[in-house]
Design a protein around this ligand. Sequence first.
Ligand SMILES: Cc1cc2nc3c(=O)[nH]c(=O)nc-3n(C[C@H](O)[C@H](O)[C@H](O)COP(=O)(O)OP(=O)(O)OC[C@H]3O[C@@H](n4cnc5c(N)ncnc54)[C@H](O)[C@@H]3O)c2cc1C
Ligand SMILES: [Zn+2]
Length: 211
Amino acid sequence: MREVEQSAELVQCTPDADWLLERIARVCYNSEDRMRCDCPDGRCLRCRKRRDGFLAGLRRRGHESVFEHASATFRLVTDRGITHELVRHRLASYTQSSTRYIKYDGGVPVVRPLFAAADGEAAWRAAMAAAESAYLAMLAAGSPPQEARDVLPTCAAATIFATANFREWRHILRLRLAMDAHPKFRSLARLILAGLSPRCPAYFAGLEEEI
Ligand SMILES: Cc1cc2nc3c(=O)[nH]c(=O)nc-3n(C[C@H](O)[C@H](O)[C@H](O)COP(=O)(O)OP(=O)(O)OC[C@H]3O[C@@H](n4cnc5c(N)ncnc54)[C@H](O)[C@@H]3O)c2cc1C
Ligand SMILES: [Zn+2]
């Protein structure tokens, strides 16, 4: 058994997303000429502040389709239970590691629980050892990985690429940062939020405090 940490690597994001979103939204008001002050490209501090205010106003008024024009892809490492919850979000695209094809003969990777009850750890460790030993025994007996996987635990680690537009990411984060979300998903959502916040602060920064 190998313990791995959850992670969220931002592998792709619409370049200059907040500038693009302002440009797109301004078509509604025929005000593209207000994209910049007397600076050359609308990227001075003053323009960035104005842009943040403009985008925050769109969000407050529910003019959110604008935020569908920017997207981001994350490489997430989490467990099977959490990827199962993640893929319920339908307005996104996913590709994840396959327990049918991958043979964990070097040890089963797992993401440990957050252990609300510290005394649960001993029972969890015993179950992990039993599951891994059964998995390896099945492989040794000639079972293919797609059969041996039937004894893997829900906390078996998985890598998943997830691509969604900003509106859908914000929706996912709102649901999965909430107190009633799974603690592992909450902690993964915080990592995703940290990747997105600098890309469009007006839309993502402060989201956790809002919930
Ligand atoms: C705390 C928590 C507990 C949960 N518990 C369970 C559980 O016990 N069992 C279970 O099965 N699921 C459970 N879920 C999953 C939940 O029911 C949703 O399937 C999941 O959160 C995906 O969210 P979504 O449907 O809002 O959005 P997405 O699929 O991310 O879609 C985004 C939005 O698009 C719109 N949309 C998408 N598809 C449609 C459609 N077909 N028709 C109309 N509008 C659409 C909706 O406005 C939706 O909110 C739980 C989720 C959370 C956060
Ligand atoms: Zn400027």
